[in-house]
Design a protein around this ligand. Structure first.
Ligand code: URA
Length: 195
């Protein structure tokens, strides 16, 4: 990957990746999706069954919840950029392994560098942990940090990190949708502040 890479070229690299074994069991690589000009950047964990079939992030049950949450703060999915820590589905949706995260997040680092978001919202434990480490913040458990706003001075200027519970928590327990809805209001708060 050279310095002049753009998202299109990056996706070509991803789609021929064999750095870990997950490419062998996947159906499709799942690259980032949405607006490359967006200030708002979401990071999930890894593709699930539906995402693997179609090659698009967040299109299954958790994706429907993400769409609903975006709608609740008057944002259209096409206005944001959505990606994952892993670009290939782990077998039976098992958790990502440390080595897989280390290898695959080289692509995520490039996506962040190219998109230059102002708001990064991490969805769940794995992406929150990764981004806190990347920006040298102390990671606390997601139940203590969800919905909070963490201002960061990055090489690309000021950005705001807003970790969220993974939308899948509302698939299994519908009460959690209210927590997520409240937390998403802080994304809207920053968007309005930046206007
Ligand atoms: N869960 C994720 O973390 N990412 C997806 O793309 C789908 C479900």
């Amino acid at each position: 990957m050279d310095d002049k890479i753009n998202i299109k070229n990056l996706n070509k690299f991803i789609k021929s990746c064999d750095k870990c074994d997950l490419w062998k069991s996947k159906t499709n690589y799942v690259v980032g999706n949405g607006s490359e000009n967006s200030d708002i950047f979401f990071i999930g964990e890894a593709p699930g069954y539906n995402e693997d079939l179609k090659g698009i992030p967040f299109i299954g049950k958790a994706g429907k919840i993400l769409d609903y949450l975006l709608h609740s703060i008057e944002i259209d999915r096409g206005e944001v950029y959505i990606t994952n820590i892993l670009k290939c589905r782990p077998p039976k949706n098992r958790n990502p392994m440390q080595k897989e995260i280390e290898l695959c997040t080289k692509y995520l680092d490039k996506e962040i560098e190219l998109i230059k978001p102002i708001i990064i919202s991490t969805l769940g434990n794995f992406s929150s942990n990764f981004i806190f480490n990347k920006f040298k913040l102390d990671f606390d458990k997601i139940s203590n940090i969800h919905g909070k706003i963490f201002p960061i001075n990055s090489v690309n200027g000021k950005l705001y990190l807003i970790p969220q519970y993974h939308p899948a928590v509302a698939v299994y327990n519908s009460n959690n949708i209210n927590i997520l809805k409240e937390d998403f209001k802080n994304i809207k708060y920053i968007i309005d502040k930046l206007k």
